[in-house]
Design a protein around this ligand. Structure first.
Ligand code: ZN
Length: 272
């Protein structure tokens, strides 16, 4: 499933594709949403933002389309007079008259009336989205230190979308590695410098992944490894999916375990 940074890129691409002009087409596959088309067509899209792995497309009059790709949803882009060559089922079509942004396959789609966005169950539960909020390190650190998170192990907590929305499975391993923290640590166990490192690591990994399209490893190392002929999947991450390989920092062995039902990778020497 795409994580927050991938959806952040999709949000930017939807904005670029549709621009500021009023939309000429807002089409829904689901019958219960079709009634909204008339109201939304001829309006312009005011903002497109992420909330974790969800997208919020807000129109000029405050009506918001909520989408969540779940496992199979996929946004594709095309000239307005053509549809992409795909066997997928179209769920939502937005068109500026020149270009279209199209959501395909099983996905959650909802239309939220002005002022009701925060009542949506997913949005109500969602935690801090580092990307769309623009939170700085101090703000992320303050969020992490909230009492409701204090007693939960970071390995579990980092997959909970009410903690840091948009962090998924590869980001969990990468954030803990960069912060130098063992997944069994809890926010209440962290000294202030460790807490600051965790906040910094979460912010750095989210933004780097958004900029690079999912590459979390150090940019300079990535350049060197690419030049040496390494494949993307081998240079992409510090630890994720690198079981049995050498840690880039200490040469120790990367291990794999299962936490909250998903695979987690770590370096025992670098993470305490
Ligand atoms: Zn290491």
């Amino acid at each position: 499933m795409p994580e927050g940074p991938e959806m952040y890129r999709v949000a930017r691409r939807i904005s670029r594709t549709l621009g500021d002009a009023p939309l000429v087409e807002v089409w829904f596959a689901f019958d219960h949403l079709k009634g909204w088309s008339g109201r939304l067509e001829a309006q312009r899209l005011a903002t497109v933002r992420t909330l974790g792995k969800a997208l919020l497309l807000e129109f000029a009059d405050g009506v918001t389309i909520y989408t969540h790709n779940q496992l199979y949803g996929r946004w594709l882009f095309s000239p307005a007079d053509r549809r992409p060559d795909t066997g997928r089922q179209l769920r939502l079509a937005l068109s500026s008259g020149e270009r279209s942004a199209l959501l395909y396959s099983a996905s959650e789609i909802d239309v939220l009336a002005p002022g009701s966005v925060n009542e949506h169950p997913f949005i109500r539960r969602a935690g801090l989205d580092i990307l769309s909020s623009g939170a700085n390190v101090a703000e992320v650190a303050a969020w992490i230190s909230r009492p409701e998170f204090a007693r939960r192990q970071l390995g579990h907590l980092l997959l909970d979308q009410s903690f840091l929305a948009g962090v998924g499975n590869y980001l969990r391993s990468e954030i803990l590695f960069i912060a130098g923290l063992d997944p069994t640590r809890r926010p209440m166990d962290l000294v202030p410098t460790e807490q600051a490192k965790l906040a910094e690591a979460a912010r750095t990994m989210m933004w780097r992944s958004a900029e690079t399209g999912g590459i979390t490893n150090d940019p300079q190392r990535v350049r060197q490894l690419k030049a040496a002929g390494w494949r993307r999947r081998d240079y992409r991450h510090f630890v994720f999916s690198r079981e049995g390989q050498a840690c880039f920092l200490c040469n120790g062995e990367i291990t794999r375990q299962t936490v909250s039902g998903r695979r987690l990778y770590a370096c025992a020497r670098c993470q305490r």
